[in-house]
Design a protein around this ligand. Structure first.
Ligand code: 5GP
Ligand code: MG
Length: 176
């Protein structure tokens, strides 16, 4: 059990399970992009840890970049999604893989895809370490999914509760 602010969280997904899922994602990506140099774009802040571990497992040549958006306040997803900042790279003709920590409703991914629409990328792929299939109702293809989880609020491995918990190596869920 851990305590962050006013809430208690219990152990949910170990760093070993995360490691296994990330190795599988990297292997799939290596198979898919062996003859090109893709651009991995991590979505800050949450994706900083999955990006670091995924990039260490990816064997091919690649570029690494980060952007920032936010759609979350506390434990409730809001419908308001902010703008993209930090994309200062020409993506024209490139294979771009968006790397997310978690896809919940899919609003963030939808917004990201809309913003990147006029960047003339060759292929736009989506990768996420965690997915909540029961919350995700968008008609958007998620190309690489690490671990599917129930509709629970999780922290750790890059994910926070009001700023805390991002540095935890394991993932915890809100205790009932
Ligand atoms: P979506 O736009 O798909 O509803 O939510 C995506 C973003 O919401 C994620 O990138 C993440 O920042 C945040 N989010 C969604 N579910 C969770 C969760 O269970 N825990 C935490 N800490 N953040 C979440
Ligand atoms: Mg995120």
């Amino acid at each position: 059990m851990i305590h962050l602010h006013d809430k208690t969280f219990e152990a949910f997904i170990s760093s070993e399970e995360i490691d296994f899922a990330i190795k599988n994602m990297a292997k799939q990506m290596d198979d898919d992009f062996f003859n090109e140099i893709p651009v991995f774009v991590g979505v800050l802040n949450g994706a900083f840890m999955v990006m670091a571990d995924l990039m260490k497992q990816y064997r091919g040549m690649c570029e690494v970049s980060f952007v920032k958006m936010a759609s979350y306040e506390g434990t409730q997803s809001t419908n308001e999604v902010k703008q993209l900042i930090g994309l200062n790279q020409d993506l024209e003709g490139r294979t771009v893989i968006i790397v997310e920590d978690i896809v919940d409703t899919g609003n963030t991914i939808e917004e990201l895809k809309a913003i990147l629409k006029d960047k003339k990328v060759k292929h736009l792929k989506i990768a996420t370490l965690f997915l909540k299939p029961d919350a995700f109702k968008k008609d958007i293809k998620l190309d690489y999914v690490g671990i599917r989880i129930p509709n629970k609020f999780i922290v750790g491995y890059g994910l926070d509760y009001d700023g805390l918990g991002r540095n935890l190596a394991d993932v915890y869920q809100l205790a009932e």
